[in-house]
Design a binder for this molecule. Structure first.
Ligand SMILES: Cc1cc2nc3c(=O)[nH]c(=O)nc-3n(C[C@H](O)[C@H](O)[C@H](O)COP(=O)(O)O)c2cc1C
Length: 380
């Protein structure tokens, strides 16, 4: 790789090393988790194709692998992988070995979809959630997108089992050679269904007050941190404005503030936060538009903060320089640019995504995007 140029206007903070817990990251550019539906086999196990794809992207300071179901109950997206069986652990071992051999670092993202799953993905069982509230979204089944159904409210025994399943999946991630894990508590999935007042109507200690709705998240954090160490446990979360019962309400921000503040107690590896993905004007999240999200939560969280959504190099350098984030995650740009860090460092043009093949099957549009070197050699 060519030496990293310094911009005329200042230091390229994005390309400076960073120590995250036990991991030495050679740069501050994180590959964001991207579901690509290539574990489309009956075992939901990663294959050599995933190993090739991730190894091509090992130039990232850190890779957060695609969301991965912690248990058969937590599964709920066609073609997505799991981390509960021996076949899955063996499949992931191929991936982590390939990434490490290519000089990279990779962590697993732990996923329970709750009511976003569908009976067609659960051998006919009804999906589980905090309460029997249809999230009014779409489930991604093998036959395509279908409307979500009314889930079944989890019993306390099922909640206990789920917390234990997160720890088991984290241990499996460790056994599969991952450098750490990230708990997916963002978006519309199980943990968010507990946090959200509109989908959590429980009257036990997991519902009602903000503290009670955050209880599942904190129990999961505790059990995963105990399983693999807090310094190898991170969380992706933050307030979002989505559709249906996930439209931001006057408690969306307070519950996130409470939960994020509590995360300080555990000495975790990181917090990954998305900036707004929709226009937040006029919503209860109005003040969090743009970098407002990171400025706001930086004051509440003392650990490593990874900022995400729609970054370019200039904005990334500026946000790191301002101290409002430590690392920057890039998602979509990694799809068509396996060597994204090298391209960004060189100021080279980025390849365009073929959206037809993003959620596809096989190598096309997945592991066949060339690195820049190959493109320029091919052209000369
Ligand atoms: C195809 C695709 C798949 C995604 N899969 C996941 C996922 O598995 N887990 C997750 O937390 N976010 C997922 N996301 C969100 C990305 O991690 C990231 O937050 C988003 O793309 C915004 O970052 P960007 O502007 O750099 O693309 C996905 C996004 C896309 C486009």
């Amino acid at each position: 790789m060519s030496p990293i140029p310094h911009s005329r206007t200042g230091r390229q903070r994005l390309f400076e090393p960073y120590r995250m817990g036990p991991l030495e990251l050679p740069n501050r550019l994180v590959m964001a988790p991207l579901t690509r539906m290539r574990a489309d086999n009956a075992q939901h196990a990663p294959t050599g194709l995933l190993a090739e794809h991730y190894a091509q992207r090992a130039g990232a300071g850190l890779i957060v692998a695609e969301a991965t179901a912690i248990s058969p109950d937590g599964f709920g997206w066609a073609g997505s992988p799991g981390l509960w069986s021996a076949e899955q652990v063996a499949g992931w071992r191929q991936v982590t070995d390939a990434v490490h051999a290519a000089g990279g670092r990779i962590i697993a993202q732990l996923w329970h979809l709750g009511s976003i799953s569908h009976p067609d993905l659960l051998r006919g069982r009804t999906p589980l959630s905090a309460s029997a509230v249809n999230p009014l979204q779409e489930s991604v089944t093998a036959a395509g997108r279908v409307p979500t159904v009314v889930p079944r409210a989890m019993t306390r025994a099922e909640i206990r089992q789920t917390v234990a399943d997160y720890a088991t999946a984290a241990r499996n991630a460790h056994d599969a050679g991952f450098d750490g894990v990230e708990i997916l508590a963002a978006y519309l999935y199980l943990i968010a269904q507990f946090l959200n007042r509109s989908t959590n109507l429980r009257t036990d200690e997991y519902g009602g007050s903000v503290e009670n709705r955050a209880r599942l998240l904190l129990e999961v954090v505790e059990s995963v941190a105990e399983a693999v160490g807090p310094e190898r446990t991170g969380v992706k979360m933050g307030p979002m404005h989505e559709t249906g019962p996930f439209e931001a309400n006057d408690e969306t921000l307070p519950v996130s503030e409470y939960a994020v503040s509590r995360l300080n107690d555990y000495g975790l590896s990181h917090l990954l936060m998305m900036g707004g993905t929709r226009d937040l004007t006029g919503t209860p999240l109005d003040a969090l538009a743009g970098d407002g999200m990171f400025r706001h939560f930086r004051r509440l969280y003392g650990g490593t903060l990874i900022a995400n959504v729609d970054f370019d190099v200039a904005r990334a350098n500026a946000l790191i320089a301002s101290g409002d984030a430590d690392l920057i995650a890039f998602g979509r740009p990694f799809i068509a640019n396996p060597d994204l860090p090298a391209r960004l460092a060189a100021g080279a043009p980025l390849a365009e995504i073929d959206w037809e093949t993003v959620y596809g099957s096989g190598a096309r549009g997945y592991s066949d995007y060339p690195a820049l070197e190959a493109v320029t050699q091919g052209a000369s």
